[in-house]
Design a protein around this ligand. Structure first.
Ligand SMILES: Nc1nc2c(c(=O)[nH]1)N[C@H]1C(S)=C(S)[C@@H](COP(=O)(O)O)O[C@H]1N2
Ligand SMILES: [Mo]
Length: 315
């Protein structure tokens, strides 16, 4: 059984040399053109905001031999507003047309509240970074996904949080155009302000060099790799800085199973199953790997939980 080395789980920002990007684009751009001229392509719903996402460097599998295959990343999904069936989500999202341009509002305890679309984000934050992150669902499946986005702190600094901003509330899209909307949602998540400001917390708009697909939480999604996947809310519409710890959707449903912090901890079992190991997406279902504390990011986030009890339900 393979165990992740620490070096495996360290996020890597890849810096592409300009010529390399331009060369890749020659092909990618042409492919996109052909695809969109004949049918509704995956990029269509983003173009009103900005064409800039077309410029993301396409990721070659050789760069990340351990990454989960893109087909599995986009084909096996938890997105309850569309379906409770992981294999069905990718089909159910087809009928959903996200607003174009997609707007995200950042407000609350901030000096400069803003409403931004993808183009604004690109202009203010520049080219998205590319990061390979571990991803661990509370249901004990695991993947290694390649995200394109910016550390959330870069956006939070733009809006200038006040000294009363102690937590961040994430509000995701909820509408009758989502086939399962009446059974699930609105989906709300939250982080403590220092967790939200941590460099690992990513505001994503792409994955594997493609615009973030709807089943993965496109057009915009938060990703928090040291916490269970449920903390990574999909299709974000609002980020509100608040004074009090916000109540999350899962916490309201089952506080003992999905508490606010929900940090990955192999020592704390879910009330109904062990969290010591996980199944790797793409591997054989009987093949299990050990789950690491904080999903492999213990070193990076060590400073965040000083003085808080470890190995208890809280985590
Ligand atoms: N809005 C919304 N966000 C969500 C969910 C959801 O059902 N609705 N599921 C969460 C859970 S439990 C997981 S494991 C991840 C799954 O992300 P993926 O489908 O991109 O792998 O999304 C999280 N974000
Ligand atoms: Mo999950």
């Amino acid at each position: 059984m393979k165990r992740w080395k620490d070096s495996d789980v360290t996020p890597e920002a890849l810096f592409w040399n300009r010529r390399e990007v331009v060369r890749t684009l020659g092909f990618a751009g042409l492919g996109t053109l052909l695809a969109t001229s004949t049918q509704a392509g995956p990029l269509d719903w983003l173009t009103g905001g900005s064409k800039a996402l077309d410029d993301l460097p396409r990721v070659s599998p050789e760069t990340y031999p351990d990454a989960t295959p893109y087909e599995l990343f986009t084909g096996h999904n938890n997105y309850y507003e569309f379906s409770f069936d992981k294999e069905e989500v990718k089909h159910k999202v087809r009928s959903w047309t996200p607003a174009d341009p997609w707007m995200i509002r950042i407000d609350g305890e901030v000096s400069k509240p803003m409403t931004l679309d993808l183009g604004d984000l690109m202009r203010r934050l520049g080219e998205p970074e590319e990061r390979l992150y571990n991803f661990r669902c509370v249901e004990a499946w695991f993947g290694r996904f390649i995200w394109n986005g910016w550390p959330l702190h870069r956006l939070l600094k733009l809006v200038e949080p006040t000294s009363d901003a102690k937590f961040v509330r994430f509000v995701t899209y909820h509408g009758k155009d989502m086939p399962n909307w009446y059974r699930f949602g609105p989906y709300e998540e939250g982080l403590r302000i220092d967790e939200a400001m941590h460099d690992l917390t990513l505001l994503t708009v792409g994955a594997y060099g493609h615009p973030l697909q709807k089943q993965n939480g496109g057009p915009m999604r938060i990703v928090v790799p040291w916490k269970y996947g449920l903390k990574s809310g999909k299709s974000l519409v609002r980020i509100e800085l608040v004074r009090e710890q916000p109540q999350t959707t899962w916490e309201a449903k089952a506080p003992r199973e999905y508490p606010f912090y929900s940090n990955v901890d192999p020592l704390v079992d879910h009330p109904r199953w062990s969290q010591a190991k996980h199944r790797v997406l793409g591997g054989h279902f009987w093949e299990k790997e050990l789950t690491l504390p904080f999903n492999g990011y213990a070193e990076e986030i060590a400073g965040l939980y000083k003085g808080m009890p470890v190995g208890q339900r809280l985590f």
